[in-house]
Design a protein around this ligand. Structure first.
Ligand code: SAM
Length: 220
């Protein structure tokens, strides 16, 4: 039997807390009732309801897509466009419009593959929307976790700078803390409008928030 202060005991306590929270959580319950891949579905649905980010013919790059809650939402909305979904973990969503790329964005091979995919199309065009819900593995060391989360948000900006169409939009998960304000200030230089939102489905105790940056390269 693990003792209270041993890592395995701590792990099982924290997974017990997670399970209890899931049972109480109305979005987790709704996700289960509606057969959604994950409760994250509701975060994107709530953001999209407010900002109207998606159109049926949009070309979308989704970074940090597994297990596929957002991908499923995207494939409901995008019926004539393209959804390129990237994650090293399996994405449990298929569909005619979804092209999954297994790997870590930031790795040169993944970027080359994305570049090829965008150029190989019979009618290549830049992206309408880049989304990132990428999150690092949490170490428990707050400063290191914050830096890792903001480094992923920087990668999302790099993707936008490379492939986003003029007037395109970027939706990125951020962590409130060191680097957050600087990220927003930099985004305001590249986009016409930047809003920070905390959708109702985002757990109140989490430091996560989402930046919605619209109007890439307009009025700068
Ligand atoms: C919060 S989950 C995303 C949940 C997803 N939006 C959904 O609705 O199911 C964060 C994901 O980011 C992925 N991730 C972390 N670093 C990444 C990277 N460099 N490139 C791609 N995915 C990454 C993780 O593997 C993880 O699956």
């Amino acid at each position: 039997m693990p003792k209270r202060n041993q890592p395995s005991a701590r792990r099982s306590q924290s997974s017990g807390r997670w399970l209890n929270r899931q049972r109480r959580d109305r979005f987790a319950k709704a996700a289960q009732r509606q057969g959604r891949v994950s409760r994250a579905h509701f975060k994107l649905a709530q953001i999209d309801q407010r900002f109207k980010l998606l159109k049926t013919d949009h070309w979308v790059l989704e970074l940090g897509a597994a297990p596929g809650g957002w991908t499923a939402y995207l494939s409901e909305k995008v019926n004539a466009g393209r959804i390129i979904a990237v994650d090293p973990l399996p994405i449990a969503v298929g569909g005619a419009r979804v092209e999954a790329v297994a790997g870590r964005f930031g790795d040169a091979a993944v970027e080359r593959r994305l570049q090829e995919m965008l150029q190989e199309s019979p009618k290549p065009k830049p992206l309408d929307l880049v989304l990132s819900d990428m999150a690092p593995n949490i170490s428990g060391v707050r400063a290191a976790d914050q830096a890792a989360a903001m480094a992923l948000a920087e990668l999302a900006v790099e993707a936008a700078a490379k492939w986003l169409a003029p007037r395109g939009a970027l939706l990125v998960k951020l962590m409130q803390g060191e680097g957050f304000d600087a990220w927003i200030s930099a985004a305001k230089l590249a986009f016409k409008q930047v809003n920070v939102v905390k959708p109702a489905a985002s757990r109140p105790e989490s430091r996560e928030a989402y930046a919605v940056a619209r109007g890439f390269g307009i009025g700068l």
